[in-house]
Design a protein around this ligand. Structure first.
Ligand code: ASN
Length: 317
């Protein structure tokens, strides 16, 4: 009994053990390679890099509940960034910006039920990008090129690390299958996304998720949405989400009502939409740690962190 008490690892031991894992340096080199290749690709494609914002009176309402993360400052509430979706759209009001990207820290204080999905962290990094005047077809092609660019770079720069962590080099994907949520659900039931990801050997697109008000409704098919997710294969699940955006005032109001969004919180955003009009944009964002997880074939995305960010972690730092 006494021995057990003596040898039981303390929270400090567990915290330090997480950052002392033998594979961590290699995992981090993969992650660094993703960012390095992303910057190079974005530069070549002419996207302007914005620095991330961590506080704003408005942030992504998300399509699922999380614990509130806001602070009082200068007589207002400021939310920690869940995603920079609105700032991407608003920045493109600038006549001199055509496209942009941000390596953006996102804070989403997930409830404990998401602790062991293998895919959730309460704080993570997203590479978020947006284009003025482009549609979903343009963005999907852009993303396919980006992923193949990153994978080609990693194969060339750190082949031995990839061989060690994933057992082989990264494949390049020519044809990306495209599925629709409503069709998969009809064929496979509610667990369609997980099932399809588990049986897939290559990433695929999944269109038409019911989500936040800012994802554009298909005008030719009301009740369906012009959004697109990348689903990583081998059961790794969602890796990117994006959409054409709602930009017309009346349609935004309608979608806010349907999704139960608090209009008062978006008062000034709505004012911009009404008075000067929001630009027509499309974009998306991929989770950096999730891409790292897929490439390194990690059981849990938290293996890509130095300081655990698993929902409800007991980590001390
Ligand atoms: N980045 C996503 C998008 O561009 C939004 C999100 O992260 N919720 O659609």
């Amino acid at each position: 009994m006494e021995l057990e008490t003596l040898t039981k690892p303390t929270l400090l031991d567990v915290t330090l053990e997480h950052l002392s894992r033998a594979k961590l340096p290699k995992i981090l080199q993969v992650q660094q390679g993703i960012i390095r290749a992303t910057h190079e690709f974005m530069f070549k494609k002419g996207l302007t890099q914005l620095m991330p914002l961590m506080l704003s009176p408005i942030t992504d309402p998300l399509n699922h509940g999380v614990v509130d993360a806001s602070i009082g400052y200068a007589d207002r509430r400021w939310s920690l960034t869940k995603s920079m979706i609105f700032h991407k759209q608003l920045a493109l009001l600038s006549p001199v910006l055509e496209s942009l990207y941000i390596v953006s820290p996102n804070v989403r204080l997930e409830f404990a039920d998401r602790a062991d999905t293998g895919r959730h962290l309460f704080e993570f990094t997203q590479v978020d990008f947006e284009f003025k005047g482009k549609d979903r077809f343009y963005v999907m092609e852009f993303v396919e090129e980006l992923v193949n660019f990153i994978f080609t770079k990693l194969n060339a720069e750190i082949p031995e690390i990839l061989l060690d962590l994933r057992g082989e080099l990264l494949p390049l994907y020519e044809k990306w299958p495209v599925y629709r949520t409503e069709k998969l659900e009809a064929a496979l039931g509610p667990e369609y996304e997980r099932m399809k990801s588990e049986e897939a050997t290559a990433p695929f697109w999944l269109l038409n998720h019911k989500r936040e008000f800012y994802d554009k409704e298909d005008p030719s098919k009301p009740g369906t949405y012009l959004n697109y997710d990348i689903i990583w294969p081998e059961g790794f699940g969602e890796g990117l989400s994006g959409a054409e955006r709602e930009h017309e005032y009346k349609q935004i109001l309608k979608r806010m009502e349907e999704t139960g969004t608090d209009k008062e919180a978006f008062k000034f955003y709505l004012e911009v939409a009404k008075e000067s009009g929001l630009p027509k944009t499309a974009g998306g964002g991929f989770g950096v740690e999730r891409m790292t997880r897929f490439i390194c074939r990690l059981k849990d995305v938290d293996e890509a962190t130095v300081f655990s960010r698993k929902p409800f972690t007991k980590a001390l730092f």
